[in-house]
Design a protein around this ligand. Structure first.
Ligand code: TXA
Ligand code: MG
Length: 317
């Protein structure tokens, strides 16, 4: 049976269907004012892992979490005075703010790719807003294209990109901005421009009285590669391990073995493995083992991204 994406009119019935799918861990394509996004419940590790799997991303870049209302940001992140100014000026709209995650944030660690920060935005597109409100969920959504391809600005672009899947696509017409949101790191007192986009530097300056600074001049990390390598366990990590040493934690994958401290996926499911990766590494890092040994993970599908991430964690020791 061949599947094909379903382009849906954004009526009450389609919105319900999409909200339902999201609540059950599924993916939905939604229009925003910038580009179409591939959305999943940002609280659900497994649903978020599904985004990486669907996009065929070779590594875990952190994702933007979309909210229906600006005040929800407080539930997930430390909102600085600078962020408050920018939110007031540009939300809802094409501005994404990178903030420090709250310690008790219920968001998946995978949306942050293991970092201590989270990117938040409140889109202004009415269909995106309706879906966020009806689902009642924070939605992680990267642009709805395959990895390395151009961001889609119509429902048809998304359908072409995800041909062969049964992805529901809410049709919100052509995106008016057509360019991704501007990403600003607002954790400090100065706005750091991580990605130029729909809101100009002049607009940012007009709103907060400060010129956005490039990441390099502040010493902050900026390239996605550097971003992804930020989080590493404190303990040494060894990969492709068949038998762990006496005081090492053993992170397994696939067929259960009594030696495994934790198993990323007893079924050998790479999507489940990706969903558990960051939280399991953090958990093993809090127990007093001398190191973390990791079983072999197949270098196929999402396994490529998992191994990429694990190699960075291992290399940093
Ligand atoms: O306009 C947009 O922002 C679209 C629509 C769908 O909202 N989304 C989008 O997502 O462009 P994506 O995943 O293609 O790009 C996310 C950008 C990347 O440059 C990523 O590095 C950055 O946001 N980002 C996300 N979380 C971050 C974090 N915690 N720290 C630094 N940068 C982050
Ligand atoms: Mg993109």
């Amino acid at each position: 049976m061949t599947m094909s994406p379903r382009i849906l009119p954004p009526d009450a019935e389609s919105l319900r269907l999409c909200a339902d799918r999201l609540a059950h861990g599924g993916l939905v394509a939604l229009p925003t004012e910038t580009v179409y996004g591939l959305a999943a419940n940002a609280r659900d590790d497994k649903a978020v892992a599904g985004i990486y799997a669907a996009k065929g991303r070779p590594s875990f870049n952190p994702l933007i979490v979309h909210l229906a209302f600006g005040h929800e940001a407080e539930n997930y992140a430390q909102v600085t005075p600078l962020a408050r100014k920018l939110m007031r000026a540009f939300w809802p709209g094409p501005l994404t703010l990178v903030l420090e995650r709250r310690a008790d944030s219920p968001l998946s660690l995978l949306v942050s790719a293991g970092l201590d920060s989270v990117a938040l935005r409140v889109p202004s597109h009415p269909v995106a807003h309706d879906l966020l409100k009806i689902s009642g969920l924070p939605l992680a959504a990267p642009s709805a294209n395959l990895s390395g391809k151009i961001s889609p600005t119509t429902a048809q672009h998304v359908a072409t990109e995800f041909a062969g899947t049964d992805l529901p696509i809410l049709d919100g017409g052509a995106c008016i901005v057509g360019l991704e949101s501007t990403v600003i790191d607002a954790r400090g007192t100065e706005p750091i421009l991580l990605r130029p986009g729909g809101i100009t530097e002049e607009q940012i300056t007009a709103a907060c009285g400060l010129l956005p600074v490039p990441p390099a001049s502040t010493g902050a990390f900026h390239s996605p590669g550097m971003l992804a390598s930020h989080y590493a366990p404190d303990r040494p990590v060894r990969l492709n391990v068949h038998s762990a040493k006496k005081d090492e934690a053993f992170l397994g994958f696939g067929t259960p073995r009594p030696e495994y401290t934790l198993n990323l996926s007893p079924q050998g499911d790479l999507t489940e493995g990706a969903a558990n990766l960051f939280s399991y590494l953090r958990r093993l890092d809090t127990i007093p083992y001398t190191g973390i040994a990791v079983a072999t993970i197949p270098e196929t599908g999402l396994g490529v991204a998992i191994n990429d991430r694990l190699r960075r964690a291992a290399a940093e020791k």
